[in-house]
Design a protein. Structure first.
Length: 489
């Protein structure tokens, strides 16, 4: 299955969302890096993931201590995947550092396990196996210590050898005669060799016992990752008032007041607000039209982002969402320079669209394309877009397109228009604007989507915007006459 390119994940704002996902353990971070949509064969897993996120959100709402307790437990984990793998795939004996890593991991697991138990979280994949026997093995003394060594408690023989070594070292400190010092040193060397042999024997025993528990350690690491990842999703959703998407088996996508956090946060820096997008899409061709600066591209990215997030097991940045379980989600913008490989922008676009069309023949997905054929001459571009839109109506895939071309829709297609400046007081804008800023235009631009007839013409606001920005009046008057003259089309 073709995956969305990283640059397009960046454009829709997905990478920004992932950067805000605060996983603390290496196991949760590994899951974060693998984030992708759940295939249809894993539908039950997707539903379960969303349910789990919801459980954590409810606890976050009810108990302020939960967040601090679970985050404190998660931040102590270190990555021991290689050590666990070594137990499974080799006969090598673990050294003291590796045994220390396992001990620290088990202590962290026990701490996290107590938090999960305290808050009565009974989710199968988040249940950390009981590791008290393994901890006792690596911490034979009554007091649990964060360090590890080959303890005297492991062997009476080891204890005797170390006592003998200590005795020899004490005598060495007191002795002054060179011959006796030399003899004591030789004895100490032999004692150290005995100690090393006994320690090696004990490490072999400990390794074999850890090897028997390797599946429990592996399952524990997976459970930690699940807890960490779901907790990060829950915190993100809770902090942003996200909604649980309803994942359906149908063909309709409904998003109410969805936003794009990457764009929202950039606008906040400019003291501007993001205008939420609401839309209902069905399989076949769905088209967004509107003037330049009207926010078509932002709407397209915002809709795609939330569909993609929902199918990845995230709560979505919307008040409400209904999303069908699709095979793929793909977004393609008009900026193809990074993948053109010497082709024109249009040529590179055609290569990728061709791949998506092949995918659509056997799979149902969500395909968002920003301004297809924008880089062609208007006459050919309009013909290509019209033919392309007509072709897409024959598929079960939800295709969402933006275009500035007129006359390319028919009755089989769903049409949305950006409201833009159509309801704005242009005199008020003109009084506020100057030739160096678009701020007043942005302030009065209505970025909401409005369902329109397929016969509705694409909004034409270029002349009006140019006039507000103080462009040459003679040019604008002539352009207006051309537009009003049918022969000028």
């Amino acid at each position: 299955m073709k995956l969305m390119r990283n640059e397009d994940l960046d454009r829709i704002g997905f990478n920004y969302v992932i950067s805000k996902l605060n996983t603390l353990s290496p196991y949760g971070t590994a899951l974060k890096k693998k984030t992708g949509i759940y295939p249809k064969s894993a539908h039950a897993r997707l539903i379960e993931e969303l349910e789990n996120v919801g459980i954590f959100i409810e606890i976050l709402k009810k108990d302020k201590n939960f967040k601090n307790e679970i985050l404190h437990a998660l931040h102590t984990f270190r990555d021991i995947k290689n050590t666990i793998r070594k137990l499974h795939t080799t006969d090598d004996v673990l050294d003291e550092v590796e045994l220390f890593e396992i001990k620290s991991f088990i202590i962290s697991c026990e701490n996290l396990r107590s938090v999960i138990k305290k808050y009565k979280i009974k989710i199968g994949r988040m249940q950390i196996p009981e590791l008290s026997a393994e901890l006792k093995l690596l911490n034979p003394d009554a007091i649990i210590l964060g360090s590890f060594q080959i303890y005297d408690a492991y062997s009476e023989k080891l204890k005797e050898i170390r006592l003998e070594k200590l005795k020899l070292e004490t005598e060495l400190l007191k002795e002054t005669a060179e011959e006796k010092i030399s003899a004591l040193r030789d004895k100490r060397v032999q004692t150290v060799i005995k100690e090393q042999k006994e320690e090696d024997r004990i490490k072999r025993i400990l390794t074999e016992k850890m090897r028997i528990s390797h599946e429990k350690l592996k399952d524990s690491a997976e459970a930690v990752g699940q807890i960490d990842f779901v907790m990060a999703k829950a915190m993100l959703a809770h902090e942003n008032s996200c909604a649980k998407p309803e994942i359906t088996s149908g063909t309709v996508t409904k998003l109410q007041d969805c936003i794009n956090p990457a764009v929202r946060d950039r606008l906040k820096e400019k003291k501007l607000e993001f205008v939420p997008v609401s839309i209902e899409l069905s399989n076949g061709t769905n088209v967004i039209t509107g003037a330049n600066m009207g926010g078509k591209s932002v709407s397209l990215a915002t809709i795609t982002l939330n569909v993609y997030l929902g199918l990845c097991g995230f709560y979505v940045f919307a008040k409400k969402a209904e999303i069908p379980h699709l095979d793929f989600v793909f977004f393609l913008s008009d900026d193809m320079q990074s993948v053109s490989g010497g082709l024109s922008t249009f040529g590179a676009e055609i290569v990728i669209v061709k791949e998506i069309l092949e995918l659509m023949k056997d799979h149902n997905g969500f395909f968002a394309l920003d301004e297809f054929a924008k880089g062609t001459n208007p006459h050919e571009g309009r013909a290509l877009v019209r033919s392309f839109f007509e072709y897409l109506t024959g598929f079960q895939t939800i295709s969402l397109m933006t275009t500035h071309f007129d006359g390319v829709l028919d009755e089989r297609m769903t049409h949305y228009q950006v409201i833009g400046l159509s309801r704005a007081d242009l005199n008020e804008i003109s009084d506020q604007i100057n030739t160096k800023t678009f701020g007043a235009i942005q302030k009065h631009m209505d970025y909401r989507l409005e369902k329109s007839s397929w016969k509705s013409e694409v909004s034409k606001e270029a002349v009006r915007v140019a006039r507000m920005l103080g462009f040459e009046e003679k040019i604008l008057n002539r352009a207006q006459r051309i537009l009003e003259d049918k022969g000028g089309k």
